[in-house]
Design a protein around this ligand. Structure first.
Ligand code: NAP
Length: 461
């Protein structure tokens, strides 16, 4: 008899200011944290617990009753209990009939069980309306109020009214509900908190691998080689010189790797003569993490700027300038200004400054708050056209830096070219292939393919 009125009262919560009682099963960390927050927001809270004794940890305005008694007091029951204990709900099925049960549980592993916890709950209490919510919010964040990074609450369920009731509570707590659809989405929602920077894994592992490779490469060329052949100790290069070599190299390679999958995709589409066949998995995954690759590249470019700014205050650099000046004084000879060198060095710096400026612009436009405010065409213009311009500027910056040393045999040590020469391989390939793809004989069919044209249509009309 109690069930129907409590549901109706809850549905009316939108229209009156009076908050409906919320029941929480479980007085553990999450149950208590959510209880506190709900009471703060004006909801009467009743706990359903195995022990009805209150403790100082339980919010003082909350009632603690047995599960069956507590269930009678509210239309919404939040199950703040681990999945492995859900069996205790089976004998309560009568009391829970018609109630909205909110499953907030998480697992320890991705796809730990064949069905989601919410679907499992629905099997145990078939007469209840199950809604999945709150699992992406931590008890600590609820209690400390540090919810800035995780205001989004994914909500899913098969009953629209039940879902709406839960979303109203989410909103009242100052959080943002995101309707993810039916209960089928629960497994995905449960996996979400277990994912550790999924899109960042490849860019970070790749940059770690490249950093290690270039570190040892530069160590061999710039520290070990001079030590063996010239008996010079340049081990202090490890602190600034080598990092300042690795950072621009990685920034350039990673930026080129942002644009390489697009070029590969174009070649594949031209070759297949259709866009309706899936790309290989590795290419799909690569395309999905281009933003993260670009942001890691920007981080390396920013480090390069900082390392470059400290060059004038390095004691090695000051010593070199002073020695050069003293040697000119001792020889009573002044070197005239080499305007070619001055041009090269100024152009190199100018290209670097402009390249970094556009790099930062790309980074800013990839932020959701900015990208949400531009339309698709504007976004593509910045990320594609300005992106390629950035790649051209940064590649030119490196080319001008290397300049005349490229073909000089003295720049090779143990047959190893300078590290920045290696960094030019990927960007040059990307730019050359992109340049070839711009030719109308390739660009036109590619545009047609991307608009749906097929060379050998699978389904003829
Ligand atoms: P917890 O501190 O271990 O509390 C679980 C509560 O479940 C206990 O306090 C107990 O409450 C009840 N319980 C334990 N064994 C039981 C049994 N055999 N039968 C019936 N009730 C039992 O866990 P929690 O951290 O609060 O997490 C609760 C749920 O919220 C979990 O499913 C978790 O995945 C989810 N969650 C937690 C967080 C978080 O930050 N902690 C974040 C998101 C989601 P009584 O003693 O009152 O009966």
């Amino acid at each position: 008899m109690n069930k129907i009125p409590s549901n109706i009262m809850a549905l009316a919560s939108n229209t009156s200011n009076k908050r409906e009682t919320v029941c929480i099963f479980g007085t553990g960390d999450f149950g208590r944290a959510l209880g506190h927050k709900l009471i703060q927001c004006g909801y009467p809270v009743v706990f359903g617990s195995r022990s009805t004794q209150t403790s100082s940890l339980i919010p003082k305005d909350a009632e603690v009753l047995s599960h069956a008694e507590a269930a009678q007091k509210a239309a919404i029951i939040i199950i703040a209990i681990q999945r492995q204990h859900y069996n205790f709900l089976a004998p309560l099925a009568e009391n829970l009939h018609g109630k909205v049960l909110v499953d907030i549980s998480n697992n320890l592993k991705i796809n730990q069980y064949p069905e989601s916890n919410a679907e499992y709950l629905a099997q145990i209490v078939p007469g209840a309306k199950i809604v999945k919510a709150f699992n992406t919010v931590s008890a600590w964040a609820l209690q400390s109020g540090t919810l800035d990074a995780s205001r989004q609450v994914f909500v899913c369920g098969n009953d629209m009214e039940a879902k709406q009731m839960v979303m109203d509570i989410v909103r009242a707590l100052g959080l943002t509900p995101l309707d993810q659809g039916s209960l089928l989405a629960a497994q995905e929602i449960e996996n979400y908190p277990l994912k550790l920077f999924p899109m960042w894994k490849f860019p970070i592992l790749l940059s770690l691998g490249l950093t290690t490779f270039f570190f040892f490469y530069c160590l061999i060329r710039d520290v070990i080689y001079p030590y063996i052949y010239e008996n010079k100790d340049f081990s202090f290069f490890i602190a600034i010189s080598i990092p300042n070599r690795i950072c621009p190299i990685l920034a350039l390679i990673l930026l080129a790797l942002v644009y390489l999958p697009g070029v590969l995709a174009a070649i594949i589409q031209l070759y297949r003569g259709t866009k309706y066949r899936r790309f290989p998995d590795w290419l799909d995954k690569w395309m999905l993490c281009r933003k993260q690759l670009g942001l890691v590249a920007l981080a390396f470019a920013s480090l390069h700027v900082v390392y470059t700014l400290v060059i004038p205050i390095r004691s090695f650099v000051r010593w070199r300038i002073i020695s050069y000046t003293v040697s000119q004084a001792l020889n009573n000879k002044t070197e005239p200004l080499d305007t070619t060198n001055a041009w090269l060095s100024d152009s190199y710096l100018a290209l670097g400054i402009l390249g970094f400026f556009f790099f930062v612009l790309l980074g800013i436009t990839s932020l959701p708050s900015v990208s949400n405010n531009v339309n698709w065409r504007e976004f593509r213009f910045v990320q594609s056209k300005l992106g390629y311009l950035t790649l051209v500027l940064c590649t030119a910056h490196t080319l001008v830096y290397g300049g005349k040393w490229f073909l000089s045999p003295s720049s090779y040590r143990w047959y190893l070219p300078n590290a920045y020469m290696l960094s030019l391989i990927v960007p040059c390939i990307v730019l050359v292939v992109k340049f070839v793809l711009i030719f109308p004989c390739l660009d036109k069919p590619l545009m047609q393919i991307r608009q749906g044209w097929e060379r050998n249509p699978q389904y003829s009309s």
